[in-house]
Design a protein around this ligand. Sequence first.
Ligand code: ADP
Ligand code: MG
Length: 363
Amino acid sequence: MKRLLPLLLSCALLAGCGAGQASPSAGTDADTQYFFAMDTIMSITAYDGDTSAALVAAQQEVNRLEALWSRTRPESDVSRLNDHAGDGTAVPIQPETARLLETAAAAAQESGLAFDPVLAPVMDAWGFGLTESETTAVHRVPSQEELSALLPLTRDLPQVTAGEDGSYTAALPLTGQAADLGGIAKGASAAYVVDALTAHGVENAILSLGGNITALGHRPDGRPFQVLVTDPLASEDGYLCTIALEGGLTCSTSGGYERYFESDGVTYHHIIDPSTGYPAQSGLLSVTTVAADPALADAWSTALFVLGRDRALELWRSGEGTVAGMELILVTQGQQVYVTQGLEEGLQFHGEEAGYTYEIVRR
Ligand code: ADP
Ligand code: MG
């Protein structure tokens, strides 16, 4: 495992917001666990409490949730839900899955379906549906006819029903529908990881769950963690800025640079605009959200990437709704970086040399 660490670290840095490079662990009893789950590299560093038991429990939580939410494991809640799409079966699901589907539906409704948890048929048509490790994943550009036929399957959300005994079932109304929770599952896991850590006495920890960083408490020196925000145009580990993160907040980044393929000289990335079925072309290179709820941070970084700068800032400025309670970093194709005012204090901008300029957005 030791031998792999440099590789794992560089992957973590590439995955959106990287864990704090300026997080001194010298003189503390910090303990770090790296592992592969949900198709990505994860790392958790705990600074206090029963760190070894906490990290084992935390990783077990992620593995347990992956077994529920994976699209490629036939027995998962999500696979069984998808298998019964349109046949009228109410599929028993775990409470964690019910909560995830409800959070996903709330983000879908509030974003006008820019975040769409039932986009799987379209993702599959592009070959983005299967995991990176699936050797059968074939990226291709679907025809307009093919996409037009699939789009009607991407609008009706799963119906979740609570039984009187506390059990849950879910159903997808249309044949051919399928849920894909890849845009929210990693963020949603963070809440469970935090609970597992807290149960073992951990009060200060930093979690990096594939593009989603959660800061529990603060650094051992009492200061906030420093989180790197990736330069979406950099070929190496370049980063745009660092921001301060503490007190349970989560930072989530979505960008077209994370997964893509090229065909006939055109680049196609993995964040799809559900209104067209094509990769979102909103003029943004990446969106970073900072929020108290890690699942919503994750879902909305994807949604705002689809919606674009103007709509994102409009939602933030409105003072109402989920986005108004978040802080944002929007990076445009013109290399303009918009940072909302709540992040100003802990911001260190490093993008000038690479050609970026930034402005603080105020209400
Ligand atoms: P990543 O998972 O690479 O960190 P995101 O959180 O932005 O990045 O999620 C992207 C994933 O979400 C895609 O791989 C796909 O599974 C799914 N997805 C793509 N477009 C959408 C969308 N418009 N709404 C919901 N999920 C999406
Ligand atoms: Mg997301």
